[in-house]
Design a protein around this ligand. Structure first.
Ligand code: PBG
Length: 323
């Protein structure tokens, strides 16, 4: 045998020398859940170790993450049921919980990269990402709401706007609204290939944002489709997206790779709540080695082609020095 691939695996030094993929703090984005109140911190039952934070507590959380070199945060609000309505008006109301959270974080930590979620579901009395009329999700009417929401986020200081709603044309619509209002420097991280996935369950528990009827299959993609992701990618790129996101991550590594091979834009992947819950449940049962399972997951998402990973593991991997 002239070729013996095992020679390059024979010591830790050589294994590290030939390692193709790395995960570092700079690649990670930490999703954070926000609730109203003071000094509140409530754990999400299906996501052990993940909390909903009141704004004062959020600031402490961001500070401790920054000390670990974790600089990017994606914020999601838990909105009181009484504030929800058909048009998600709470999403752009001056002084709302979410807008206060954005501006407090940016005021206290200007160096933090704040990513904001644009979609109606946390604020919608229907629990859908768009306006509902006779059981249908309206597309173009929803764009107006998304535009107002994105503008409010930019005014509050958001660095990156991340539309997660999957309405057609929203990237271009939001880009125009931002540009027309002088926010040409605010980026868009588009949820390009967002699938109608079972793995969002724990997130909807965290935010109490599950759809009140039906499902999200008329706007989120069919998990069986790969080529359709290219149509979405072409549109988002043409409409001015700065990042293309694939979501969820682990069951869609092929889609991450496909987009990576078909765009020059950076790819983000969302290692979603259900992926986190799955790992944590197995770890609690003693069925997996925590450090090895989590670093293997993150490495595989990077190997598939993701530049940035949105992951609930972001803080623990740095705190424990697992990377
Ligand atoms: C809503 C949104 C969802 C997630 C991010 N933004 C849920 C959904 O589409 O129902 C899921 C994130 C996760 O599961 O971690 N627009």
């Amino acid at each position: 045998m002239l070729q013996r691939p095992r020679r390059n695996r024979k010591s830790e030094a050589i294994r590290q020398m030939v390692q193709e993929t790395h995960v570092s703090a700079a690649n990670l984005i930490f999703p954070l859940f926000i609730i109203d109140g003071n000094n509140q911190k409530s754990e999400v039952a299906s996501m052990p170790g993940i909390y909903r934070h009141s704004v004062d507590n959020l600031l402490r959380e961001v500070e401790s993450c920054l000390k670990l070199g974790l600089n990017a945060f994606d914020l999601f609000p838990n909105i009181d049921e009484s504030l929800k309505d058909k048009y998600a008006t709470e999403s752009y109301r001056d002084g709302s919980l979410y807008l206060r959270a954005i501006s407090e974080v940016k005021k206290n930590f200007p160096e933090a990269c704040v990513i904001t979620d644009v979609a109606m579901d946390p604020y919608s009395s229907d629990g859908h990402d768009g306006i509902v009329e006779n059981g249908e999700i309206l597309n173009d009417e929803t764009l107006e709401v998304l535009g107002k929401m994105a503008l409010a986020h930019a005014q509050a200081g958001a660095d990156i706007i991340a539309p997660s709603d999957m309405m057609d044309g929203r990237v271009g619509y939001i880009r125009n609204v931002l540009d027309d209002n002088g926010f040409t420097g605010v980026s868009i991280m588009s949820y390009t290939a967002k699938y109608a996935s079972a793995f969002y369950g724990p997130f909807r528990d965290a935010l109490n944002s599950a759809p009140k009827f039906g499902d999200k299959k008329s706007y989120q993609m069919n998990p069986a489709n790969q080529r359709e992701a290219l149509i979405e990618a072409d549109l988002d790129e043409a409409e001015g997206a700065d990042f293309l996101m694939v979501k969820p991550a682990l069951p869609y590594l092929d889609v991450i790779k496909l987009l990576k091979d078909n765009t020059e834009l950076p790819i983000a992947a969302y290692n979603v709540s259900g992926e986190y819950a799955m790992i944590k449940a197995a770890i609690q049962k003693g069925w997996l080695n925590e450090q090895r399972a989590i670093t293997e997951v993150l490495t595989s998402i990077r190997r598939a082609g993701a530049t940035a990973i949105l992951t609930y593991h972001a803080k623990e991997v740095l705190e424990n020095k697992w990377l």
